[in-house]
Design a protein around this ligand. Sequence first.
Ligand code: PCA
Length: 209
Amino acid sequence: MHTVLLTGFEPFDQDPVNPSWEAVRQLDGVLLSDDVRIVARRLPCAFATAPACLMQMLDELRPAMVIATGLGPGRSDISIERVAINLNDARIPDNLGAQPIDTAVVVDGPAAYFTTLPIKAMVRAVREAGMAASVSHTAGTFVCNQVFYHLQHKLAGSAVRSGFIHVPRLPGASEPFMPLSSMIEGLRVAVTAAWQTSVDVLEAGGQVS
Ligand code: PCA
């Protein structure tokens, strides 16, 4: 049995829930095929502890693919991240009170890593299933980007593909949002497309500044 590791984050910054974890926890145990199972795990929203937690999950589960997810306040769709950058610049303190400003994620690491997921095929599949999705060219400079960078750094050159997806807020006081059921289905479709697609499709997904 192969494992696809899906992670979500604990709540942070006033929000009582984090939709990334609320969505991926519903996918725990879901089979992508006879021999591929999703395992969902939660990460702390803290610069000091999240990377070590993730590394422990990789050691323990030996996943065949890894997709981390997080809340992107202000995002309106399933945002499939293209690139992780080697920079922490926290606008708010994390859950342990740390607020690194202009520090490296990995000292002397490369400036950035691209995802190794077939992001265009994932966007296409989610849209065809009726949910909004797009390629995103910044995962921010907070804990999500840090975790994404560590993930790509650790798995660079390996056969295990990995990447990151930001999700919108859940319906509530602030917009934009996406209902939890759409988020769960959108992530399931995105993960399935990632697993099934070995060569990405070539279609526009960029931005003009
Ligand atoms: N979103 C934050 C960190 C945790 C989360 O869910 C981010 O985008 O960095």
